[in-house]
Design a protein around this ligand. Structure first.
Ligand code: DAH
Length: 351
């Protein structure tokens, strides 16, 4: 028995290892390990052996089968590696589906917002993400050291001349230090400088940066800033614009309301609320009282117009600055805006 198994094992090994392709390998599998193979027939002879030899014979046969099985697998892999496997094409095999990607949720929202405002005559502008203190604060009626600045949790940039610490940075005598823009309002005075004579109708979309992170804040986020300056612009124009945007972006049943607020760069200033989409403004677990806060707005402060060299006696305007991520969260009932930046395909694929 001993030698029969050993010989069979050796012969089979050689046969398997010299197989030319997968077809031959499959045929060999049937021949060597199939139902009526020599090794299976050997199993049938066990009961005829003397009692004391049966157990050992059984074990040897099983070990041999296992070894052969392993050699088959190895040979299959090496044939596949040398491209000998699958020479014939299986024309019935299903094709490989090419997955289509899509724009990130934030990019989709940006496209939609630009589209809505362009229908109202606002044109998309782009202003620096690293800007001077002057444009980010001072020109917006927030002088140096003013406590209102604290709300913006700003990252300051060390000047290239700074060597040891941030405190060494050299401010520009007129423009001050450089900051990572904490809001898109820096684009307001820049736009007035560019256009010079109203009408001004811009939408400025940019990345913003603040030292904040929690369910509704990420240190890098996006805002869209609107600015309209012309003769006889009033709060009615502001309200009408917000209503139009809200219905176009969130849906025809949503309405807006203005809540008095305070910003240094607008007078009067408002927070804009939109009715909650879950309960339609009735009040629910998400919104509490039926309203969700969209962001800040107001009538441009005369000092800001003056900083942009526009005469506030002739012209008036309104402005607003809202977070894109927040807007998306309000539309899709996103529980945590940090999900937007985790690059988790399971999340992104849902939009
Ligand atoms: N810049 C403000 C912020 O980031 C938002 C804002 C409020 C923008 C009022 C405006 C405005 O243009 O008029 O919180």
């Amino acid at each position: 028995m001993d030698n029969t198994i050993k010989n069979l094992l050796e012969q089979s090994k050689t046969k398997i290892e010299t197989a030319k392709d997968s077809v031959e390998l499959n045929n060999l599998y049937v021949e060597i390990l199939g139902k009526s193979s020599k090794i299976n027939n050997l199993t049938k002879t066990i009961p005829a052996l003397p009692q004391e030899e049966r157990a050992q014979a059984g074990q040897m046969i099983n070990a041999a089968k296992k070894e052969l099985e392993a050699i088959f697998q190895k040979t299959k892999q090496s044939l596949a590696a040398s491209h000998k496997l699958g020479k014939s094409i299986d024309v019935t095999a299903p094709g490989k589906k090419q997955e289509l990607g899509h724009l990130h949720l934030v990019s989709q929202a940006i496209e939609e917002i630009v589209d809505i405002f362009s229908k109202l005559g606002f044109s998309l502008q782009s202003y620096p993400e690293v800007d001077w203190d002057w444009y980010a604060f001072e020109a917006l009626n927030m002088p140096k050291g003013h406590p209102a600045r604290d709300d913006w949790e700003t990252f300051f940039i060390a000047s290239h001349r700074a060597t040891s610490s941030l405190i060494d940075s050299q401010p520009n005598p007129k423009l001050g230090r450089q900051v990572l823009t904490p809001h898109t309002s820096n684009g307001q005075v820049r736009e007035m400088e560019t256009v010079k004579t109203p009408p001004v109708r811009m939408i400025n979309i940019s990345r913003c940066y603040r030292r904040q992170i929690d369910v509704s804040h990420t240190p890098m986020f996006h805002q869209f800033e609107g600015l309209l300056v012309d003769k006889k612009v009033s709060i009615t124009d502001l309200k009408g614009t917000f209503d139009y945007f809200t219905k176009a972006f969130f849906g025809p049943n949503r309405v807006t309301r203005l809540r008095p607020h305070h910003f240094r760069f607008t007078e009067p200033s408002f927070e804009v609320d939109v009715t909650c989409g879950v309960c339609d403004g009735k009040g629910c677990r998400i919104c509490k009282e039926g309203w969700l806060e969209l962001g800040g707005s107001g009538m441009v402060h005369p000092k800001v117009l003056e900083a942009g060299r526009i005469d506030p006696k002739i012209y008036t305007g309104f402005a607003f600055g809202w977070g894109i991520e927040r807007t998306i969260a309000m539309k899709t009932e996103l529980p945590d805006i940090r999900l937007l930046y985790q690059n988790d395909i399971r999340f992104l694929e849902q939009f």
